[in-house]
Design a protein around this ligand. Structure first.
Ligand SMILES: Cc1cc2nc3c(=O)[nH]c(=O)nc-3n(C[C@H](O)[C@H](O)[C@H](O)COP(=O)(O)OP(=O)(O)OC[C@H]3O[C@@H](n4cnc5c(N)ncnc54)[C@H](O)[C@@H]3O)c2cc1C
Length: 405
């Protein structure tokens, strides 16, 4: 059994945990700081972020792109001191060069997520931060002095305990049990649900659309009210809609009881769409309906639109009724897909929900209930949109807590 007294112990060697360890060790170079990581290496999830390129931050990130009760106030306080600029300047001191794309998303110049992990690990080694891997922490006990942390063959004693154990889904899509640790400390938590994921929808036509992509505007509609609208590339899958614009609706959509409305011609008004269809019919009335969308949509998408409107592809254009034309136009501009409730965290990039934000001091991330306990990153009830916001929060909260230790 390994027993150790340390200045600070960090549970979780992900983005927030590594950053927290570095900042704490820079302030306390003579103190022992240990990261306890259940996987065989730290930072494994970082390697798969941004499709292997790691979208590590977002220029100008602000409260508008974060969700969770009280997230606006927390982000305003945090980013006043630890904005995207500050996080990126710190990465620059670690030797990381970055580039920013046209949508303000920041990537390492190398376009390799491993560059981000490498600079963090090099700095951790320079600062003699101990990485204890294969340490799946099972329990935390409060002691008179601080905390006792236990894994199968490890006991760590510390006055400063940082929980950076992430959300419910880990890098390999496996479910993490870290919320049991948080509950055991009596911390109040909101319900966990998957976010930034494909959205499971019901529609028999999807089978024929598998793999089709289309530029569209997508809106989430609940009880007849549009809650959120996004523009981008929709990817059709067998039982789901996907793509970044859909990911950004998934937080709400995964709760079920709503619809995603797809507008396949977002730059056209409904009237213009009607005119376009009428002109196509008029220009070649003896052509089969199956040819109506040539040059307009992916072939399978055109056929699915006809089917959704009850028109056979062999029907001659001149025989398409007024009612059918209206139905076609409606499906083009307002195609409705009923969202199914989803509790599947395996395809989600982030967990919505977690330790309630009123449990922590927003200036330090220290628990209001337990002195010396800090909670950072995705373990908290805060999640961001797609585009580097989640890593920006993980790094910024890690910096803030590390500086406060
Ligand atoms: C496929 C994918 C792509 C993504 N791409 C991006 C992107 O490009 N940009 C972006 O901003 N965000 C992205 N995200 C989200 C982002 O990765 C997370 O929000 C971020 O990593 C959260 O950081 P964290 O430190 O809080 O948690 P994590 O990075 O999840 O780290 C938590 C660590 O704690 C460990 N752990 C958990 N429980 C225990 C325990 N009991 N004992 C010991 N260790 C434990 C885990 O193994 C893990 O290493 C992506 C997520 C996924 C899944």
């Amino acid at each position: 059994m390994k027993k150790q007294n340390v200045y600070a112990a960090i549970i979780g060697g992900g983005a927030s945990g590594m950053m927290c360890a570095i900042r704490a060790a820079e302030r306390h170079p003579d103190q022992k700081i240990v990261i306890l990581e259940k996987a065989d290496r730290v930072g494994k999830k970082l390697l798969v972020t941004g499709n292997g390129r790691c979208n590590l931050s977002h220029i100008g990130a602000n409260a508008d792109s974060y969700h969770g009760e009280g997230s606006g106030e927390l982000i305003n306080i945090l980013f006043e001191k630890y904005s995207a600029d500050v996080v990126l300047r710190f990465f620059r001191t670690l030797g990381l060069l970055t580039h920013t794309d046209s949508e303000d998303r920041v990537y390492p110049l190398s376009n390799q997520a491993s560059s981000v992990l490498d600079v963090l690990r090099r700095r951790m080694a320079q600062l003699h931060i101990e990485e204890t891997c294969n340490a799946d922490i099972q329990s935390i006990q409060k002691t008179a002095e601080g905390y006792e942390i236990a894994a199968a063959d490890i006991r760590i004693y510390t006055k400063k305990l940082i929980i950076a154990a992430g959300g419910k889904a880990d890098y390999a899509g496996r479910e993490s049990g870290s919320r049991e640790l948080l509950r055991s400390l009596g911390l109040s938590m909101s319900r966990l649900s998957p976010s930034l994921s494909p959205v499971a929808v019901k529609n028999d036509l999807l089978r024929s659309l598998k793999g089709v992509r289309a530029d569209a505007r997508v809106s989430l509609v609940r009880n007849g009210r549009t809650i959120k609208t996004e523009r981008g590339e929709v990817q059709f899958a067998e039982n789901a809609l996907s793509g970044i614009c859909v990911f950004n609706l998934s937080r709400e959509a995964n709760l079920g009881g709503c619809e995603i409305c797809v507008d396949l011609l977002p730059d056209f008004t409904a009237e213009q769409v009607l005119r376009e269809i009428a002109a196509r019919i008029q220009s070649d009335p003896d052509a089969p309906a199956g040819e109506l969308f040539i040059g307009m949509f992916h072939k399978n998408l055109g056929l699915a639109l006809l089917k959704a409107s009850g028109i056979r592809p062999s029907t001659l254009c001149k025989n398409i009724s007024e009612k059918e034309i209206k139905s076609l136009c409606r499906h083009i501009t307002d195609w409705r897909f009923v969202c199914e409730e989803s509790r599947d965290f395996k395809k989600a990039q982030v967990t919505a929900g977690g330790v309630r934000l009123n449990e922590i001091d927003p200036h330090t991330f220290e628990s209001k209930r337990h002195k010396g306990l800090y909670i950072i990153g995705e373990a908290l009830d805060i999640d961001g949109d797609c585009g580097g916001y989640n890593l920006q929060f993980a790094f910024a909260s890690g910096m803030c807590a590390g500086d406060s230790l």
